[in-house]
Design a protein around this ligand. Structure first.
Ligand SMILES: C[S@@+](CC[C@H](N)C(=O)[O-])C[C@H]1O[C@@H](n2cnc3c(N)ncnc32)[C@H](O)[C@@H]1O
Length: 417
């Protein structure tokens, strides 16, 4: 395993994202600063400079501290919300691993869920995903295993025998089996093979019998039917309900300190012999306290021209809007209300950005930068993403928002105590 030690101050890091963040920090290390940033990997952080690092609020998760957030009134005037290295200072991660609950993250993508659960104090053993770009990102930010494998060809027995060589107990299984097949935004094809990927998840649960599981998916899962007209959710729950007490929740990430609405289905299951009945996790913020997107936007002066829509695109939007109004239809381009959390960022954001645009005026409309998209999903600024811009945006759009996952992790830890 790679050594994560700062050459300047000698500080050791368990987690790659903390290490990268440390290398990027604004204040130099006290000793020998001349090598600072020499080792830094820049993939996916091209807009990041030492002057604009965003750190999520350094809350001690006592909600009273929320007021410490710097709610600026002007667009993109966020500078540093907090100079502390948020993910690095969480006391939860300084405890001994032997006391921690072990997690296996299936369909882990670039690691949004893993990052949040890790921040909450859980011990991630491995993440598995078949997309090489996402796994490359995962490995660049996490020091535990990132396994590139097709889960339909990678049964739990194989993971256990070939990868879990220390025979670590799996306490929690998490993951978001792909949802494109059942997303309301997609075609919801009943024959889409991606809809049966849930069974891979079930296989892992049946094999490891973890204390708990957390499954994330799109809202569409609740109404999706298979070719025999059965509700997918009923089929899934018929497996889970056998050995787990479950709760199905519809939650907004924005209620959990994420500057984005992102409504998702979260199914939490606790093994029946533990005699715990999970309930819906309590919201962290009230509606009026939700984090407005203006808090995380970059200053206008820092936005490259390439992010602005062309005259042709502006005209196209205008025409489509007129047509949609005449036909009484909705229209796809959405402009952010800067005083509210962002609209949901989907994986397809790379196509045109119409899901969430910043509008300064009728003629100045722009897409969000990768750094802003990361912030909207509450990834640390230093989180490294592999691949082309399209790949990176897809990974961000696929992810569970880190801060949301953090609160889910906290909830699970609390009820398993
Ligand atoms: C919704 S994303 C998961 C995002 C992740 N939970 C996060 O927080 O970043 C679903 C992931 O499933 C992966 N996937 C799809 N089919 C797969 C398969 N057969 N085997 C393994 N991974 C698969 C995709 O590559 C994608 O990264």
């Amino acid at each position: 395993m790679e050594d994560l030690i700062c050459k300047d101050c000698g500080k050791e890091f368990k987690h790659k994202s903390y290490y990268n963040r440390h290398l990027n920090k604004t204040k130099p290390c006290t000793k020998n600063t001349k090598n600072k940033n020499n080792n830094q990997t820049n993939s996916g952080t091209e807009e990041l400079t030492n002057d604009n690092i965003y750190n999520p609020p350094n809350l001690d998760y006592n909600h009273d501290n929320y007021d410490k957030l710097d709610h600026n009134d002007s667009i993109g005037n966020n500078e540093l919300l907090n100079d502390n290295l948020f993910h690095d200072t969480l006391s939860e991660n300084k405890t001994n691993n032997s006391n921690k609950l072990n997690v296996l993250d299936l369909f882990c993508g670039c690691g949004g869920m893993s990052q949040g659960l890790h921040d909450a104090g859980l011990n991630i053993i491995a993440g598995i995903d078949w997309w090489d770009k996402a796994i490359n990102s995962y490995k660049k930010n996490h020091s535990h295993m990132g396994i590139c494998a097709d889960l339909t060809q990678f049964p739990p027995e194989k993971f256990q025998k070939e990868y879990n060589i220390k025979n670590e107990h799996i306490d929690i299984i998490t993951g978001g089996p792909p949802c494109q097949g059942m997303s309301m935004a997609g075609k919801r094809d009943v024959k889409d093979p991606r809809n049966s990927l849930f069974m891979e998840y079930v296989k892992y649960i049946n094999y490891f019998k973890p204390k708990a599981f957390i499954m994330e998916n799109v809202i569409g899962i609740l109404s999706m039917k298979n070719a025999s007209n059965e509700k997918i959710i009923d089929i899934i729950m018929s497996y889970f309900n056998k050995e787990y007490n479950c709760v199905i929740c519809k939650l907004y990430a924005s209620d959990f300190e994420v500057p984005q609405n992102r409504r998702r289905v979260i199914i939490i299951g606790i093994r029946k012999d533990l005699n715990i009945k999970p309930v819906e996790p309590t919201k962290i913020l009230s509606e009026s306290e939700r984090v407005p997107v203006k808090n995380i936007l970059l200053p206008r002066k820092d936005i490259d021209k390439s992010y602005y829509l062309s005259e042709k695109a502006l005209l196209g939007i205008k025409k489509k809007k007129e047509k949609a109004l005449a036909n009484n239809n909705g229209f796809g381009a959405q402009f952010l209300d800067l005083n509210k959390p962002s609209f949901t960022i989907p994986a397809r954001y790379w196509k045109d950005g119409y899901d969430a645009l910043v509008k300064y005026s009728e003629t100045e409309i722009r897409r969000l930068t990768i750094l802003e998209l990361k912030r909207i999903q509450s990834f640390p600024d230093t989180y490294i993403l592999d691949g082309s811009k399209k790949d990176q945006i897809m990974q961000i759009g696929n992810a569970v928002a880190c801060r949301f996952a953090y609160h889910l992790g906290k909830y699970i830890m609390k009820i398993l105590q």
